[in-house]
Design a protein around this ligand. Sequence first.
Ligand SMILES: *Cc1c(COP(=O)(O)O)cnc(C)c1O
Length: 218
Amino acid sequence: MALAAKAAGRDPASVQLVAVSKQQPQDRILAMLATDQRVFGENRVQEAESRWAGQPRRSELELRLIGPLQTNKVREALALFDVIETLDRPKLAEALASEVQKRGRSPRLYIQINTGEEPQKAGVVPAGSDDFIQACRRDWGLAIEGLMCIPPEAEPPGLHFALLARIAARNGITALSMGMSGDFETAIRFGATSVRVGSALFGGRAPGQAALSGSGPT
Ligand SMILES: *Cc1c(COP(=O)(O)O)cnc(C)c1O
């Protein structure tokens, strides 16, 4: 990451590593906690709860939800996560806004953009993104910290990262969550402020535990 940042003329400290701990065994998580890595990404609310809710060092950690969020899980998600990266539809914005009002405090929010317009993938299509960002701010009073995308597996990711950066820039958004194990260097070149890395950091995930559809490749 530092080399990629330097090659792009960026300060390495301007890119955060989100360690994607989904489906990883406890010993690898503990080994990671023994380093100074404190930001972790999970794609399922229940799995994350069982892994992190009882963690003695929970208060030192930043947990990010990077998988789809169902409206009936919003309360649980807000109780656990510091950042939600997958806001992608009006119904969810409404549910989040209502829960935020009850709790008197909001998680940091990212909107997921479906840059490849893949039907099986979550996210707002690019053409609808300006309107959705505006509606989140105006109609639901939600502060949007950043945008997130998962490029199609079969395409070079650079164009998708560039598109995400353009949508963010024209909406006054500076945080970009993009790049995974296979493409984080490219993402950093295109301006990622956080990269979500799982297998390159922890090793392969347990076979047979496929990720939820729409949450990216396993
Ligand atoms: C699993 C996942 C990642 C991490 O993928 P790796 O290829 O293991 O780095 C990143 N982002 C999302 C949304 C994921 O679901």
